[in-house]
Design a protein around this ligand. Structure first.
Ligand SMILES: [Ca+2]
Ligand SMILES: [Ca+2]
Ligand SMILES: [Ca+2]
Ligand SMILES: [Ca+2]
Length: 536
């Protein structure tokens, strides 16, 4: 300004004394025009048209050309003014957040002048002092259009000179910043191996951004509710608004085996002494994570070694089991992910569903009419819980013939068996009476065969009974072998005896038989005598 003012005032007339660079800025005008006062120069300096983008001044205002107020007579030539350089950015406003561009920026540099622009210089991202004025900028014409695509904060400065060597000062400048690069994610999990179902696992994005910095970052929740391969997505946004996302894969492992339950039905023993008399067993398995693949079971005596795990069992889980004392039912399951239950579930029971066996036997055989002291042994046995109570009804010998008695037994589980048996109260046969004992039997002779029936005490039966038995042919005689088929004997109420007159036949040794039969039974009472039959 001082130098320019001196020119205007004619105090110095040339730039010969100045350095070469300054000489270009300050070459004297072709037509210096009238001399102006300092006040006039100051007024020109403040004129609006003299202000460039980033201010005016320098040598420009008042350089040689007459100012508005200058000149004496005649029309005034407008004063020369330095060029005005324009920097236009495209897009005009940043498309990202926080004044960041998220794309390349086109920088258009142009200049206007009241005369003719001689040269426009520019410098991108200048170092310190490299854009202070036109002269320090690279001595080459600035490209009208430059596209800047590198991430980072950028500055561009430009200034022009007109053909009259009037330089724009200070230069115009613009700043802008570009971030086209999304953040980088290095997502991590709080637990990245052996993740079990239900584990509390979080994902962290660990985002970084070299240019504009990370504005926000987050990860979705890590789902550990199911076994298997899964993924979680993390996202980050930089301050320019670039978004990055990353997916993190993880594997959730099912480490929980199924739980098997054994349900006895009924739930508590339905017999005596802690015994079940009937039992069904329901086995059920559940798994909190995945399907139950299989269940295995085994039934063993309680004192047998317990199976340790699923593999020690067998594929069948019966709902009914065999009788046994002190049994244990074992069950265990495996899930679809291969987790085997251990230890195995177990429940203990003792089962006797089988009534006792009865095999009654008379203490006395044969059993005679009016015999005393006779009884029946029930012959009870029980293989599982054992006999608790057993017994039979009393034996009735008051009448001859078929009778029944009932025996029963109860095992320790409460199972009861009864059995009705038949027994026959028999007559005692007295005889053979004379003449049969010691006789010789000759063919063709007639021999009276005589017997009597009595009770256990030897008391003969009543005539009424004897007559009835005879009429029913209950008392018979036979000679074996094949000599005399059984023949009805008659009753003699006077002698209280039965008789059959046998006309002897056959020859050789034979057996004489007296046979008493009873209604409703095949039981007979017999007495026999060995005889010898001769021809004469
Ligand atoms: Ca000009
Ligand atoms: Ca970025
Ligand atoms: Ca499971
Ligand atoms: Ca039993």
């Amino acid at each position: 300004m001082f130098v320019a003012a001196l020119w205007s005032l004619g105090i110095i007339s040339a730039c010969a004394a100045l350095p070469a660079s300054a000489a270009r800025r300050c070459r004297p005008p072709r037509d210096p025009g009238p001399v102006r006062t300092l006040d006039q120069v100051a007024a020109a300096t403040l004129a609006p048209e003299a202000l460039a983008v980033a201010g005016g001044g320098g040598c420009g205002p008042g350089d040689g050309d007459p100012g508005p107020g200058g000149g004496g007579g005649g029309p005034a030539e407008p004063p020369n003014a330095p060029p005005t350089t324009h920097i236009a950015l495209t897009p005009a406003t940043p498309d990202g957040n926080n004044s960041w561009y998220r794309r390349a920026v086109k920088v258009d540099i142009s200049a206007t002048d009241n005369g003719t622009v001689d040269q426009t210089r520019c410098v991108f991202d200048p170092g310190p002092g490299a854009a202070d004025n036109f002269d320090v900028m690279p001595d080459q014409a600035c490209a009208p259009s430059t596209t800047v695509s590198a991430d980072g904060e950028h500055a561009v400065s430009a200034a022009s000179v007109d053909t009259q060597d009037l330089e724009e000062d200070p230069p115009v400048s613009a700043v802008f910043k570009i971030d086209q690069t999304p953040p980088e994610l290095a997502a991590s999990l709080s637990k990245d191996s052996d993740i079990a179902i239900g584990d509390d696992v979080t994902a962290t994005p660990n985002a970084t951004d070299a240019t504009s910095g990370v504005a926000s970052q987050r990860c979705d929740n890590v789902d550990t509710t199911r076994a298997g391969r899964n993924s979680v997505t993390c996202t980050a946004t930089d301050n320019a608004g670039n978004v990055a996302s990353a997916s993190l894969t993880y594997v959730v492992v099912d480490v929980t085996p199924p739980t098997t339950t054994i349900a006895l039905q009924p739930p508590s023993p339905n017999g005596d002494n802690g015994w079940y008399r009937s039992l069904s067993i329901a086995v059920n398995a559940t798994d909190p994570d995945d399907p139950v693949a299989a269940t295995q079971c085994k039934v063993l005596p309680a004192n047998a070694p317990a199976p340790a795990s699923y593999d020690d069992l067998t594929p069948s889980c019966p709902s009914s089991v065999a009788d046994g004392d002190a049994m244990k039912y074992y069950a265990a399951s495996v899930d679809s992910n291969g987790n085997k239950e251990k230890p195995v579930a177990t429940d203990a029971f003792k089962l006797d569903s089988t009534p006792p066996m009865l095999d009654p036997k008379l203490s006395t055989s044969p059993l005679l009419l009016h015999q005393t002291g006779a009884r029946v042994d029930p012959g009870a046995s029980d293989a599982t819980s054992g006999i608790a109570v057993t017994g039979c009804g009393s034996i009735d010998t008051s009448t001859a013939g078929d009778h029944t008695v009932t025996c029963s037994a109860t095992d320790n589980a409460g199972n009861t068996a009864t059995r009705l048996i038949h027994y026959t109260v028999e007559y005692q046969i007295l005889g053979f009476f004379p003449p049969v004992p010691g006789s010789k039997f000759k063919t063709g002779q007639t021999v009276p065969v005589k017997i009597a029936l009595a009770d256990a005490n030897g008391t003969r039966i009543s005539d009424a009974d004897g007559t009835a038995l005879a009429s029913a042919c209950r008392v018979r005689v036979s000679v074996t072998p094949n000599i005399l088929v059984p023949q009805c004997m008659t009753y003699d109420p006077v002698g209280d005896q039965f008789q059959f007159n046998w006309k002897v036949s056959g020859a050789g040794p034979a057996m004489l038989n007296a046979i008493v039969g009873y209604p409703s039974t095949n039981v007979t009472t017999q007495t026999t005598l060995a005889i010898a039959i001769t021809d004469r």
